[in-house]
Design a protein around this ligand. Structure first.
Ligand code: PLP
Length: 230
């Protein structure tokens, strides 16, 4: 059997079990297949087994794949965005996970407007406070959300985080929990586009089940699906 088919089935089962453990509807969790550095034939193989949502980190690579792969594929951007790449980010993706500063938000808003679309985005939070990490500090997030509320072409749907890479997923749980609590706080203040819920993008190959137990709605899984990136 194809490794990708087998991996997908295992990941889907693990997502379902983690959701049920947490008393959640498994349908409330979406798998973002992280396809950075993965060749198009492998992405098409995943599509053949029903995976249509992919996450990319590098703009040039993403552009090439989006133009080559079937239109049924949907794309999220999950990498760092330089402001000068805002046009691509605002036009090619269904959801941008990594808005972490007002300058970028304004550029995305401008280009979404020029393209005549409303762009769904997440705000990336640096929950661990590691200095080399991207993301807005929790203490600065509210100011950013308030300012983004004035940008007519963006819809903030929730939060995203990249916690520290730790061997034991249980050690990552507090960072996921912090993100969820922050999102609940912001949801109560009406900062998200939908009043009935929000997206939480958190959890990768090593820790997505813990993330789901803590409320993840989007898990970003690469290695567990496609194998190691070369
Ligand atoms: C690479 C990457 C992932 C996937 O990581 P894996 O450990 O391979 O599952 C998820 N999120 C982001 C932002 C990434 O850059």
């Amino acid at each position: 059997m194809s490794a990708i088919k087998e991996n997908l089935e295992q990941i889907r089962n693990r997502i379902e079990r983690a959701a049920l453990r947490a008393g959640r509807d498994p349908q409330s969790v979406r798998l973002v297949a992280v396809s950075k550095k993965i060749a198009p034939p492998l992405i098409e193989e995943a599509m053949a087994w029903g995976q249509t949502l992919f996450g990319e980190n590098y703009m040039q690579e993403a552009k090439e794949k989006i133009s080559r792969l079937p239109a049924a594929a949907r794309w999220h951007f999950i990498g760092h965005i330089q402001s000068k790449k805002a046009k691509d980010a605002a036009t090619l993706f269904d959801l941008v996970h990594t808005v972490d500063r007002l300058k970028l938000a304004r550029e995305l808003d401008k280009h979404a407007g020029l393209a005549g679309r409303i762009l769904p985005v997440l705000v990336q939070i640096n929950v661990s406070g590691e200095t080399q990490k991207e993301g807005v500090a929790p203490a600065g997030a509210e100011e950013l959300l308030v300012a983004m509320g004035g940008l007519a072409n963006l819809r903030v749907q929730g939060l995203m985080t990249m916690p520290p890479l730790l061997d034991d997923p249980e050690d990552v749980r507090p960072f996921f929990r912090t993100l969820r609590q922050l999102a609940e706080h912001f949801a109560a203040k009406g900062y998200f586009a939908r009043s009935d819920g929000f997206e939480l993008s958190m959890g990768m190959s090593g820790d997505f089940e813990v993330a789901i137990e803590e409320g993840a709605t989007l898990v970003r899984v690469g290695t567990a699906l496609f194998g190691p990136r070369l």
